[in-house]
Design a protein around this ligand. Structure first.
Ligand SMILES: *[C@@H]1O[C@H](CO)[C@@H](O)[C@H](O)[C@H]1NC(C)=O
Ligand SMILES: *[C@@H]1O[C@H](CO)[C@@H](O)[C@H](O)[C@H]1NC(C)=O
Ligand SMILES: *[C@@H]1O[C@H](CO)[C@@H](O)[C@H](O)[C@H]1NC(C)=O
Ligand SMILES: *[C@@H]1O[C@H](CO)[C@@H](O)[C@H](O)[C@H]1NC(C)=O
Ligand SMILES: CC(=O)N[C@H]1CO[C@H](CO)[C@@H](O)[C@@H]1O
Length: 434
């Protein structure tokens, strides 16, 4: 009797500790994805050292979260062996191992898990992800007080059991990193059963909101509407999204602004949204606070006192739009963009460089000393860091345009944002460690 008991005990223990993350095969992904509010999907390859190190941690996190949440449809962790499930890796466009994709009720987030590779960090991430996706409020004034964000979705319902609210909640889970979701419950049937989008609660007191006119119980329709409403033309660059935005591969048009200068930021957003929508194919428009992003600024030969300023980073070079105030002169920024896109800025840069007898640094040559940790930590880049910086031998090149519109001097620098792209020289998941 005793040995048999031990045997089953042992096997049971063995089974539960080896349960780990769900191994994804050809058939089980869809079910797992749609039946869980959150699915973290690890794409790994046994041949990769970082995958091999991460896999047991990910498995252990899966066990811990399973014992915490059970099979309640809240969270699941799955793993895709990219050697045997090549098709999935292709479908998810996996470029590096390990990659952790985030799916919410089947919707693939544009954001990846980029936190620390530890059980604790994964579990904290899941806890924060599983917070209620819609925040309750009573009056628009309360909402205004606690809110700095521009893009809001607000739902008015009678109670949480309504099918309409459940549809709204599902959409909120899927779209939580795109928009902010709020909800008001009341028994007043004349004002419930509505979903509205609000652009800027601080500026318009709610009168420029748009109302959802589609089917209130059709999740996909609602999600499509939300996607369109909340799509941001200009994004604020942060250390959390910088790598992701860089990975999209489009050159960046960056407005560097003083941290507290929301006025210029909004003005810039307005200009881009009204005049440059067709350039979204060619450029990513971002704003960056010049204190956090002092490093690229420093390499343009500029500092916080010179803000605001605009530059295009091609992941090769950074081209500066010398005078921010010229955004108010019709056509000037447009011309700068078109000169960049046609390659003229690049050519003039090399021409000026040759004229000054400078050596050309080949664009695809990666400096072995580049390390994104330094990049991100280097928020006090300034004169005193000159001696240690590996790139100090770079001198900004000034030259004149003959074009009358662009008569001001230009500065060109090596791309700093390039260092945020995936590279063998760095470890992608550093953000939590800052
Ligand atoms: C609506 O009415 C029900 C029953 O009368 C009540 O229990 C509930 O608290 C009310 N809800 C709100 C949001 O006032
Ligand atoms: C909408 O908001 C603006 C700015 O707050 C205000 O001037 C205008 O009167 C409002 N319009 C309506 C119809 O409430
Ligand atoms: C709304 O969507 C639901 C769920 O897809 C569907 O069953 C219902 O027929 C739709 N209603 C209308 C009026 O189209
Ligand atoms: C921003 O902060 C600086 C000091 O740090 C101050 O001089 C300036 O007036 C502030 N600007 C705004 C718009 O608040
Ligand atoms: C803005 C708004 O409609 N607020 C309502 C939220 O719900 C409460 C009742 O729970 C109403 O009194 C508010 O007017």
């Amino acid at each position: 009797m005793l040995p048999a008991l031990l045997l089953t005990l042992c096997c049971h223990l063995f089974k539960s500790t080896s349960a780990a993350a769900v191994k994804i095969d050809t058939n089980n992904l869809k079910d797992l994805a749609y039946s869980n509010e959150l699915l973290l999907l690890l794409f790994y390859s046994d041949r990769c050292k970082f995958s091999s190190q991460f896999l047991p941690i990910f498995d252990a996190a899966a066990d811990q979260l399973r014992s915490e949440y059970g099979d309640t449809g809240k969270v699941a962790l799955g793993k895709v062996d990219c050697l045997t499930q090549l098709e999935w890796a292709k479908r998810f466009d996996i470029q590096k191992y390990p990659t952790v994709k985030i799916l919410r009720l089947g919707f693939i987030s544009k954001t990846e898990y980029r936190g620390k590779r530890s059980i604790d960090a994964l579990s904290k991430f899941v806890h924060s992800e599983l917070k209620e996706p819609t925040k309750e409020f009573n009056t628009l004034n309360d909402l205004k007080k606690e809110n700095n964000f521009k893009y809001l979705i607000i739902g008015y319902f009678q109670n949480r059991n309504q099918l309409e609210y459940q549809t709204y909640r599902r959409a909120a889970i899927s779209m939580k990193d795109v928009c902010q979701f709020h909800v008001n419950f009341s028994n007043d049937t004349s004002s419930t059963g509505r979903i509205t989008f609000m652009r800027d609660l601080r500026v318009d007191s709610g009168n420029s909101s748009t109302e959802y006119a589609g089917n209130m119980t059709h999740t996909n329709d609602l999600i499509t509407w939300i996607e369109n409403k909340c799509a941001r033309v200009v994004r604020e660059l942060t250390f959390n999204n910088a790598e992701e935005i860089a990975e999209e591969g489009l050159p960046l048009l960056v407005l560097f602004h003083a941290r507290n200068d929301t006025k210029t930021r909004e003005e810039f957003e307005g200009i881009i949204e009204t005049q440059f929508l067709e350039e979204l194919r060619n450029l990513n428009f971002v704003t960056a606070d010049g204190k956090s992003f002092a490093h690229p600024l420093y390499h343009l030969g500029k500092s916080e006192e010179d803000l605001p300023l605009i530059a295009i980073d091609s992941f090769d070079h950074m081209y500066m739009f010398e005078n921010y105030q010229n955004v108010h002169k019709p056509g000037v920024l447009k011309k700068f963009i078109s000169r960049f896109l046609s390659g003229e800025l690049h050519k003039e840069y090399h021409r000026a460089e040759r004229a000054e007898g400078e050596e050309t640094v080949e664009s695809d040559e990666v400096d072995e000393t580049i390390n994104v940790d330094n990049w991100l930590n280097d928020t006090n880049a300034g004169v005193e860091s000159k001696e240690e910086s590996p790139e100090v031998n770079y001198t900004p090149i000034f030259f004149e345009y003959d074009d009358e519109l662009m008569s001001t001097k230009k500065t060109v620098a090596q791309s700093k944002f390039k260092e945020l792209l995936p590279s063998k020289l760095r470890y992608t998941f550093v953000k939590d460690e800052l």
